[in-house]
Design a protein around this ligand. Structure first.
Ligand SMILES: Nc1ncnc2c1ncn2[C@@H]1O[C@H](COP(=O)(O)OP(=O)(O)O)[C@@H](O)[C@H]1O
Ligand SMILES: [Mg+2]
Length: 254
């Protein structure tokens, strides 16, 4: 089953085609890698999938629905989670509060429900807190739950970002350079957690420059160059494809 699909999607910024006729499908349960030299259009492709940037042309489908014109929050509610290349947690809020802010549609947000269903709200608050703590535990951050997010290292922020996106129970998660700035020990935690969450049925698409991580995690890899799909295959296949080697050598140096 296809969870996410791009059909001939393009995005132009002025004269530049940042994404130029991209078509691909993401199968339920897979971990798909998206690689390519700097400036290839990978982050713009994520922006188009997540709805933070509108496509100039083409179609995006999520769980079989056309979401091309749906705003980001509707895609989030439809099962799409997304992390950012540079995570920006609220620095003065505790980790747990940063997590609780990521909740979707909790009853407490509706003012009227506070008067009519206080007990249900208290129960939901408790459940959300328990879920946030369990997710912080999963990414080895539970002991810091009450600390402000500013104390976290860059790598720990990436882990918090992964835990935060899981609060909304996404079906497909887009990870933008999850390994960047993460030390080797935390990287192992991150890889294990992505595998574990994937085994529970969550689909992943990840942009990553760390080829070791890509080959260990990804079932399949798409290579982008100059806004287009250059080739696809297993991590081993794309690593030895001469077109891929040339795209990296000819591309903007990192
Ligand atoms: N908001 C924007 N306005 C203008 N140009 C942009 C914008 N975002 C990205 N671009 C351009 O689109 C191209 C692809 O960028 P990007 O998607 O960030 O690539 P990648 O993530 O693969 O490094 C680059 O040439 C970049 O300069
Ligand atoms: Mg990028």
């Amino acid at each position: 089953m296809t969870v996410l699909e791009a059909r001939n999607v393009s995005k132009r910024f002025g004269g530049i085609a940042a994404v130029d006729g991209m078509s691909f499908a993401v199968a339920s349960g897979e971990i798909l890698g998206l690689i390519g030299p700097n400036g290839a259009g990978k982050t713009t492709m994520f922006d188009l999938l997540a709805g933070s940037v509108a496509a100039s042309s083409g179609e995006i489908r999520l769980m079989g629905q056309d979401v091309t014109r749906a705003p980001a929050h509707r895609r989030l509610a439809g099962g799409m989670g997304r992390t950012f290349q540079i995570p920006r947690p609220f620095p003065e809020l505790s980790l747990i509060d940063n997590m609780l802010l990521a909740r979707q549609d909790q009853t407490g947000e509706r003012l009227w429900a506070n008067f009519t269903a206080p007990r249900r709200i208290a129960a939901e608050e408790r459940a959300a807190r328990d879920k946030a703590l369990a997710l912080l535990d999963l990414v080895a951050l539970r002991r810091l739950a009450d600390e402000p997010a500013r104390v976290l290292s860059g790598g720990q922020r990436k882990l918090l970002e992964l835990a935060r996106v899981m609060m909304a129970d996404p079906k497909v998660v887009l990870l933008d350079e999850p390994a960047a700035g993460v030390n080797p020990t935390l990287l192992e935690v991150l890889i294990d957690r992505i595998r574990e969450i994937n085994a529970s049925g969550v689909t992943f698409v990840l942009i990553e420059h760390n080829i070791d991580m890509v080959s260990r995690l990804c079932h399949r890899v798409l290579v982008m160059a100059s806004g287009s799909l250059l080739c696809e295959g297993t991590p081993q296949e794309v690593a030895r494809d001469p077109r891929v080697i040339e795209a990296y050598l000819g591309g903007t140096p990192a």
